[in-house]
Design a protein around this ligand. Sequence first.
Ligand SMILES: [Zn+2]
Length: 115
Amino acid sequence: MTSNMRLNKVCQHCHQEFIARTMLTRYCSHTCNRIAYKQAKRDQKLQSAIHHVSAQPMPVINYETIADKPLLNLNEAAQLLNISPLTLRRWLKAGKITSIRKGKKHLFDKRGLLQ
Ligand SMILES: [Zn+2]
């Protein structure tokens, strides 16, 4: 769409003044538009990731049952170390911590965790 309209506008990305031809133009150039679009997409993705993580309920652990067990599951071990289960999984992957595998499950020796 072409028009004879000339509007002085300020680019929403680089904050420089430019002449827009439509009411809806927000950026001075394709480059600014593209960068701003990518940034918006990135923010959107981050927001949805934050929402996804915070939407997971923290498992409720009874400390008395932890005290009686020599082996703990992942959630209980995370609770004992006062870290999130996701952090514990990251530590496992990085080799900071070892576990006993039973099938798909990780079991943790409580004495080993507290050393
Ligand atoms: Zn610009």
